[in-house]
Design a protein. Structure first.
Length: 432
């Protein structure tokens, strides 16, 4: 399959000059609307009981809302100062803090429909659980930044396109590929060894950081002289007892995210529910949890601000299906909210120059199209899409820039609709 236009050119390598301040469940971030907690959920895997606890935490400690991040994690905002110990106790009791010293490094995304569709692809959920276990048991892994990302892909190429630092890609005949950053080549290993190989890749990165004397948080930030190489990585795996083979350049697959209702493959297709802008009230969250309970009690939070319910079929509508729609959740394709994302914006973020979520809501029905669009409150572009080009809206003191050019507010809806109507944003149109 063709690879989508890459957004990698937007993120030039950076050498960090400070420590990683990425928030977590234990390290809260002081935002303009109160404190923020980010709960890592490897592969977005939640039981309905754990999901209920997150809703309870939003009501008890926060502003009554939950946010889904571009890595399939959950954020709570508006937290009161001094609630950290009680929040941690609640999360720990629900099994959401298995290793407090590692909670910020459990950044793992995975194909959200893996093991459900019966399409012959490997079920990567056991790989994720083993990788998480290895991460939590590794003292060395605590040195990873809160932004280092693992992707475990069942071979279709959906999460492999999210700019991960370490990618595990399922292959036929019980094999898997491991890729370091955006390298063209990869290393093949037996599938049972894939989780351990992924951890060894992260340790290889940490060794390169130490050798370079930098504070690089991600593979792309390593100086050229210390870039990770497939040949050395193959040697490291072999020394660790893993039968590894360097594969050279690999034709990397690409698959788009699951759409609301899923790809429509029949009774085994899980229900996919889109959450507009990835933010919802605890009441909406409870409706979602109730829908999961009517299936098999499992939820999978995706990196695309949606939730897959594996036990709910699109051909056999679950009881309460209409409640999802009534709650403002999207359960049908081709709606105006597909591929529309935004950062926090005002009033939650001090750096934001506009209420980008409010602006996105005001124009969502007028500015429809097929290409992804992201509303950013400042030049940092937090939460922007990965793995594809996107229509780039950045707030300025005067209004907005669209793909680098100023657009009057009265012309914004038409300009966004025109940009989104193109089949693909030009790969060369880097919006900085």
């Amino acid at each position: 399959m063709p690879t989508p236009p890459s957004a990698a050119a937007r993120d030039e390598p950076v050498i960090r000059d400070r420590g990683d301040a990425c928030p977590g469940a234990l390290r809260l971030h002081a935002a303009d609307d109160g404190f923020l907690a980010r709960i890592r959920i490897p592969a977005g895997l939640l039981t309905s009981g754990q999901a209920s606890v997150l809703g309870l935490a939003a009501d008890r400690f926060g502003d009554g809302h939950l946010e889904l991040t571009s890595r399939g994690n959950v954020q709570l905002r508006g937290l009161a100062d001094g609630c950290g110990a009680e929040l941690a106790e609640l999360l720990d009791a629900a099994g959401l803090l298995p290793a407090p010293g590692h909670e910020r490094v459990r950044n793992v995304v995975a194909t959200p429909t893996s093991g459900i569709l019966g399409d012959g692809r490997p079920d990567v959920v056991p790989w994720v659980r083993e990788l998480d276990r290895l991460l939590c048991a590794s003292a060395r892994a605590t040195a990873l930044s809160g932004r280092f990302l693992f992707a475990v892909d069942d071979g279709r190429g959906d999460v492999a396109a999210l700019d991960p630092d370490v990618t595990v890609l399922g292959r036929a005949q019980d094999r898997a590929l491991i890729r370091l950053g955006a390298a063209a080549d990869a290393v093949e290993v037996p599938a049972p060894d894939a989780p351990r190989a992924a951890l060894l890749a992260a340790e290889y990165f940490l060794d390169a950081v130490d050798a370079a004397g930098t504070r690089a948080w991600r593979v792309a930030e390593l100086p050229p002289g210390h870039a990770l190489g497939a040949e050395e990585f193959t040697g490291r795996l072999t020394a660790a007892g893993i039968a590894a083979t360097r594969k050279g350049e690999v034709a990397w697959p690409y698959a788009p995210p699951p759409r609301p209702w899923g790809p429509g493959t029949g009774d085994r297709t899980p229900l996919c529910v889109l959450l507009p802008l990835g933010r919802l009230t605890s009441g909406q969250w409870r409706v979602l949890v109730e829908a999961a309970d009517r299936g098999d009690g499992e939820l999978r939070v995706t990196p695309w601000r949606s939730v897959v319910l594996p036990g709910a079929s699109t051909r056999r509508p679950i009881d309460g299906y209409a409640r999802l729609e009534a709650a403002g959740l999207v359960v049908a394709p081709d709606g105006p909210w597909e591929s529309v994302t935004a950062c926090t914006g005002r009033p939650g973020c001090a750096k934001a120059l506009s209420d980008v979520r409010g602006d996105a809501r005001a124009l969502v029905h007028e500015a429809r199209g097929t290409s992804p669009v992201h509303w950013s409150g400042c030049e940092r572009r937090c939460g922007h899409p990965r793995g594809t080009a996107w229509v780039d809206l950045v707030a300025t003191p005067e209004g907005y820039r669209l793909d680098g050019r100023p657009v009057p507010r009265e012309e914004l809806a038409g300009a966004v609709a025109d940009a989104r109507s193109r089949s693909r944003v030009s790969e060369g149109a880097v919006k900085r």
